[in-house]
Write a protein that binds this ligand. Structure first.
Ligand code: HPA
Length: 183
């Protein structure tokens, strides 16, 4: 985890104050489809080894940082306005982190839905935790690359995940480009 969050801390030391994070994720919410873009409004970190464990790096932030809303509310509002202006349809939901590297079982997906997750992936939460600790404002997007395990008859494959992220990339580029202009 220390290695995973190192780049975030380097960015902080370089003076970066805002961060855009993106990931590929499997859907859990039944309204989501492959190719959708989800604006991350919050995340579930319960299954994520906390990257802040160990001696607190006081130079970045406090020992017990608040994590209520790690995704900046102003940025969330701006993305929604931007998406409307650009006619890009987006979802807004909760991302859940699991370590992977195996994909979920169908039962995992049912359980995560009960917990309030809209999609699931294997990244982002460590980086966002370190960013929040360091007072960096975060904006996050998930590319829904596949339906979660058990939601279709298809088996999950990494190649399908990579291919379907290609489909949403142009809309995602537009959103990122628009956000960079106002950050
Ligand atoms: N599960 C976990 N991580 C993922 C998935 C998934 O279905 N799709 C892309 N990353």
């Amino acid at each position: 985890m220390q290695e995973v969050v190192l780049p975030v801390r380097v960015l902080k030391r370089l003076g970066v104050s805002s961060l855009i994070v993106t990931n590929a994720a499997g859907s859990i919410n039944n309204d989501y489809d492959k190719g959708d873009i989800m604006l991350i409004k919050n995340h579930i970190s319960l299954f994520c080894p906390n990257p802040l464990i160990g001696r607190n790096m006081e130079e970045f932030g406090e020992r017990f940082p608040d994590m209520t809303f790690p995704y900046d509310k102003e940025y969330i509002a701006e993305v929604k306005k931007l998406a409307q202006r650009e006619n890009i349809s987006i979802k807004e939901g909760v991302y859940c982190y699991l370590t992977g590297p195996s994909y979920e079982t169908a039962a995992d997906i049912s359980a995560l839905r009960v917990l309030g997750a809209d999609c699931v992936g294997m990244s982002t939460v460590p980086e966002v935790t370190a960013a929040a600790h360091a007072g960096i404002r975060v904006c996050g997007f998930s590319c829904i690359s596949n339906k979660g395990a058990g939601l279709t008859d298809e088996k999950l494959s990494h190649q399908d995940v990579v291919n379907s992220c290609e489909d949403s990339k142009n809309d995602l580029y537009k959103l990122i480009d628009g956000m960079l202009k106002i950050m």
